[in-house]
Design a protein around this ligand. Structure first.
Ligand code: HEM
Length: 504
């Protein structure tokens, strides 16, 4: 934090201190962090700020209903829950009372505008209806598979092959992020930024997206929101960087919209067949305004960019720690692809049930979105009796839920993909259906992730293509990686691996 932010934080805290000291704080809740008059749980929060995920998890585990309330000076009262009944109530039964809310949409508003990811109420519903229709189109699936074919076979595998022959270490997380960015741009915008192709010049759009996501994520982590709001009003520091990055993203996307419309008009005039299937072209064909289309496709890029790459990184790390799992995975991949001369296609991916179980197990322990918050429109009582006040932040916590003995049993900390299979041995393995309220990794209810199927196809494709060709060993066998919970959960420092050609 720079000096200006620090001074502003202190001033804001002091002001809030004066205001709140006039209130008599309600008695501390029976479970949850230590609370002091006026400052609430500021001290334990500060002490645990570097390990918030594990601190929250231990608080939830020791609460009889897996819910606690935290209030601290400078932040709104927050209900944190890992209780499946509460989560069903928030995400489905009383969904209208729990929008993302202004505190959230303000944070991402400059980058995402009023796109699907960052809107509530009727505005969200209209986009959701439109997008649900587009996401289920068969043509989008075909586009995804062809984007995966060219990105994996044409870029990822050649990069890994050269790394392997040169016996160099490579950061898989970095490669997967580049891969996922190229794929989501193909799907959403119908363009190929070539981020994974190091021989191509890097587009300013790519860096701008990175910078804008990073600054937006930091807004959310500021102790007091007044800090970024004042910096934004003055156009200084990180907020200036954000403004420039968003300008560059808008310029890039507006230009694509303009050119695509020209293409579509040419087609309408009967001069050329265009017939693109990407989301942008379909939104244009649907007659939406340029601004609405721009915000919507930026939301898709944002949603699909780092989530599947984070999951893939943790998948390869988990598998590299469990040779028995790797062997079973390989047997499945080889069995399914044998008749197709090791070619991965959509149908063969559907048959890879154990691979899907491994991905689910990875995301149980390392969910790409570790927590997600809503803001209560009105007072409410959750099914476990916790009182919610109008304006409270209500956070459901997939990271903690994946580590709850009450949900997953005594071996909840172990990586055991078999827990996802109805039959662990022999033929006829099927995936177990787990309630999305026990496993809200893709959220659940009316606002469930729209890209879930797409994400599984992508992750399975990459996992099968890489595992069938290379043996992967961590360059650093000793250390346990640290999860960084920004917008998506990355591995601090990346995942450095060395590769050997797999001989079967
Ligand atoms: C492993 C990969 C993924 C995970 C774990 C994941 C998880 C999530 C979660 C937790 C949300 C709710 C976020 C919130 O409301 O704040 C969400 C929303 C969304 N996701 Fe995904 N996602 C993944 C991949 C994708 C992909 C590849 C796309 C493709 C574009 C996508 C598109 C969306 C969209 C459009 C929404 C907003 C839905 C709405 O608000 O109605 N996701 N995702």
């Amino acid at each position: 934090m720079d000096l200006f932010s620090a001074i502003l934080s202190l001033l804001s805290l002091y002001l809030l201190f004066l205001i709140i000291s006039h209130f008599i704080l309600p008695p501390p809740p029976p479970h949850g962090p230590k609370t002091h008059p006026v400052i609430g749980s500021l001290i334990p929060f500060y002490e645990n700020r570097h390990r918030l995920l594990d601190w929250y998890t231990s608080l939830l585990a020791s609460s009889p209903t897996q819910t606690f309330v935290i209030g601290r000076l400078g932040a709104r009262r927050t209900v944190v829950t890992a209780n499946p009944k509460n989560i069903e109530h928030i995400l489905k039964t009383n969904f209208p009372n729990y929008p993302k809310g202004k505190p959230f949409t303000d944070i991402l508003g400059d980058l995402l505008g009023r796109g699907i990811f960052n809107s509530d109420g009727d505005l969200w519903l209209a986009q959701r209806k439109l997008a649900s229709h587009e996401f289920t189109a068969r043509s989008l699936r075909d586009l995804l598979v062809s984007a995966l074919d060219s990105e994996a076979d044409g870029r990822l595998v050649p990069v890994l092959t050269s790394v392997c022959s040169e016996r160099r270490a490579v950061d898989l997380q970095d490669l997967f992020r580049r891969f996922a960015f190229d794929v989501i741009c193909n799907i959403s915008l119908g363009t190929d930024p070539g981020f994974l192709d190091v021989s191509l010049p890097e587009l300013p759009f790519v860096n701008a997206f990175d910078a804008a996501s990073m600054v937006s994520a930091r807004r959310g982590a500021e102790p007091v929101s007044a800090v970024w709001r004042v910096k934004r009003a003055l156009g200084i520091g990180s907020e200036r960087q954000l403004e420039e990055a968003v300008g560059s993203i808008h310029e890039y996307v507006n230009d694509i919209i303009k050119r695509r419309k020209e293409e579509i008009n040419v087609k309408a005039a009967g001069e050329k067949e265009v017939g693109r299937n990407d989301l942008l072209s379909r939104l244009i064909a649907g007659g939406n305004s340029d601004e609405a289309i721009r915000d919507m496709v930026i939301s898709f890029v944002m949603a699909g960019r780092d989530t599947s790459s984070a999951a893939l990184t943790w998948f390869f790390w988990s598998v590299s720690c469990h040779p028995d799992v790797e062997a079973e995975l390989l047997t499945e991949i080889m069995q399914v692809t044998r008749s197709k001369e090791r070619r991965v296609d959509y149908e063969s991916l559907r048959e890879m049930k154990y691979l899907e179980a491994c991905l689910c197990e990875t995301m149980r322990l390392f969910p790409p979105v570790v927590w997600d918050s809503k803001h209560a429109d009105n007072d409410d009582v959750l099914p476990d009796g916790t009182r919610v006040r109008k304006g409270d932040r209500v956070t459901y916590f997939p990271y903690g839920m994946g580590r709850m003995e009450s949900i997953w049993g005594k071996d909840c900390m172990e990586f055991r993909p078999g827990r996802w299979m109805s039959v662990e041995e022999g033929e006829g393995k099927e995936l177990l259906r787990v309630s999305p309220y026990k496993y809200p990794v893709f959220q659940a209810g009316p606002r469930v992730c729209l890209g879930k199927d797409m994400a599984f196809v992508q992750m399975k494709y990459v996992a099968a293509a890489v595992l069938s060709r290379f043996e992967i060993r961590r360059a650093d066998q000793q250390s346990t990686p640290v999860l960084v919970p920004l917008l998506t959960a990355h591995m601090a420092g990346g995942l450095k691996v060395v590769l050997a050609e797999r001989r079967i």
